[in-house]
Ligand binder design. Structure first.
Ligand SMILES: Cc1ncc(COP(=O)(O)O)c(C=O)c1O
Length: 331
């Protein structure tokens, strides 16, 4: 019976077009942004969601009768919800109060049901609470499949086979790859694929203050997508040369700069990575290196936070002037 489902997921994954690679004007760098927000459901998470789903269906771990359950603060849930809907599968995302309103509304519309946790965990985040709830649901629901995006190697494989292959097909040389880290899937897959093609490539992992991924102290984080309150197992597979940690104020300034200078209205992780690139090359005066980064999602879902001057001024009062880039004169 699931041969129809296998056929559908195969043709769905084969029909996804590559995302654009946009050259950005920069004084010192040959800078390229891979616009992952051009994916079907709007983020880089399409890559891992579809590949994980595809492999689980092909291995008979997911059938027409399965219910998928996953903990996600946004993009992975949106991607899974979209692909599950297109394949006729049931899906229950487990979310938390950090999920922004448009994302929650979308998930409530398209998913079978939404489960929301409200208890902060011992690190001040919600991840551990969400994961506890996932385990409860797995025990309660029959034929339940948990993709486990933090440890599923198919999530990293997606970026090795898809995103990474697209970059290698397009560019004959890459000197630096900057990647924001959440589950570690993107950096694990991309670093492996790109280092095979470009042996001199340097891979820079970008994390945010308050995340524990690279041994930092846990702290309050307000920008979803980047950083984590656990060390994700997928990170072991990543080939990382250097780590940069940016503050949330820097991430917001990076988002504004990306928007004002290049017209790219992107989410918090893209701004974090762009801020890291600018800091890394601030004093650089050598030959132009070729630098690649991903814009993992669009800025629309951050309109109430990152792009809202009032929210920024209230949330980072001591830094607001550095964070907000002034607008052109009103007409
Ligand atoms: C917007 C955004 N950027 C970056 C990441 C990090 O990617 P990864 O989880 O593969 O490390 C995520 C992950 O959810 C994300 O949603």
């Amino acid at each position: 019976m699931s041969s129809g489902l296998k056929q559908r997921v195969r043709s769905l994954s084969a029909s996804m077009p590559p995302t654009p690679l946009m050259p950005l004007h920069d004084e010192r760098l040959d800078l390229f942004a891979k616009l992952e927000f051009s994916n079907f459901s709007g983020s880089a998470k399409d890559r891992s969601a579809l590949w994980i789903l595809r492999q689980a269906i092909l291995r008979d771990q997911v059938t027409e009768n399965s219910v998928l359950v996953e903990s996600s603060s946004g993009n992975f849930a949106i991607a899974l919800a979209s692909f599950c809907a297109s394949l006729g599968l049931r899906f229950v995302p487990v979310i938390d109060p950090n999920v922004n309103r448009p994302t929650e509304n979308f998930l409530r519309t398209i998913s079978t049901r939404v489960d929301k946790v409200h208890d902060l965990d011992d690190t001040g985040g919600y991840l551990k609470s969400r994961l506890r709830r996932v385990q409860q649901l797995r025990a309660e629901l029959a034929d339940c499949y948990w993709p486990n995006q933090y440890a599923n190697v198919d999530g990293a494989d997606a970026h090795y086979r898809l995103t990474g292959a697209e970059l290698c097909d397009t560019l004959d040389r890459v000197d630096y790859l900057f990647v924001g880290v959440g589950t570690g899937g993107t950096i694990a897959g991309l670093s492996r694929r790109l280092k095979e093609a470009y042996p001199y490539l340097r891979v820079i992992a970008v994390d945010v203050a308050g995340s524990v991924i690279f041994g930092g102290a846990p702290g309050r984080r307000r920008i979803p997508g980047i950083g984590s309150s656990i060390v994700p197992p997928l990170l072991e597979r990543a080939l990382i040369d250097d780590v940069m940690v940016v503050s949330e104020a820097e991430s917001i300034a990076g988002c504004n700069l990306l928007w004002r200078r290049h017209g790219i209205f992107a989410g918090g992780s893209s701004g974090s990575v762009y801020a890291a690139i600018r800091r890394h090359f601030a004093d650089y005066r050598g030959p132009r290196p070729r630098v690649v980064f991903l814009c993992a999602d669009r800025g629309n879902a951050y309109a109430d936070t990152v792009y809202n001057p009032q929210w920024v001024a209230e949330t980072y009062p001591e830094r607001a002037d550095n964070v907000l880039i002034s607008s052109p004169a009103p007409v």
